[in-house]
Design a protein around this ligand. Sequence first.
Ligand SMILES: O=C(O)CCC(=O)C(=O)O
Ligand SMILES: [Fe+2]
Length: 295
Amino acid sequence: MTEFDARRDAVPHESGIIVVDYRDPNAPALFAESLRRTGFGVLTNHPIPQPLVEQIYSEWLGFFDSEAKHNYLVGEKHDGFFPPAKAETAKGGKKRDLKEYFHIYSWGRYPDEVSDAAKRYFDLAHDLAEELLTWVDDNTPAEVKAKFSVPLPEMMHGSEGTLFRILRYPPLTGEEDPDAIRAAAHEDINLLTILPAANERGLQLLNGEGEWVDVPFDFGMLVINVGDMLQEASGGYYASTTHRVINPAGDSRFKSRVSIPLFLQPRPDVVLSERYTAGSYLGERLRELARNDKT
Ligand SMILES: O=C(O)CCC(=O)C(=O)O
Ligand SMILES: [Fe+2]
């Protein structure tokens, strides 16, 4: 297939995101172009098995419905369970998000009550993420690439900072603060985020015209978005796009939504720009979030 044919077949979604077939020989270029245009890319026919994702959704829903989660309450090191009362308030946001979640790190706590499916997913998604960073690195123009202190995949070598967040947005009760939503508008702090389509819709991005548009949602798709660290390292060539999760209407109000973003964090010593290393950047952003925390 010529480059022209591959481009013609890759029809952009109304969000501007290009839905890319992972097996397409032109996938790396199309994927990088989608990230450049919208801050997001979506992959089909990728190597993450959908049954593994579904197993995580179902067994972690059971975990969040159980009392056992309280045995893993988050401490100083930020691994473990964040109950709704400890959920984050987005930078610049006014209300706490309507969610609870568990933070998994390679070195951190992991519940005895679930199988190792989430650990297996972490490893698979991490390997894929390194490949995607290679795609992006290979398809970045030389003048932008010259800004990277090391090639993008190398920024991850030996990193222990990558965070796997298992999120549960509980059913709505009607008692919520009218200004609170499942996840208020925010940008991710890290390099790239990998996110399988959730079991329920709700994820939206803010496009260049200032409109909120749905991110392509078909079950089985993998959504990847640019975080602030890639924006910083690329001098803004790749923009970290604002996104949010809106509250459901109709019968979906009575359903939980589960979603499992993996946030790729470079090694703390990696130089992102003249201003920041990955470590100094993360420290600054976590201090901002802590200031914003209304406890
Ligand atoms: O739940 C989702 O679909 C997105 C979650 C998200 O954006 C985040 O946790 O940073
Ligand atoms: Fe996010």
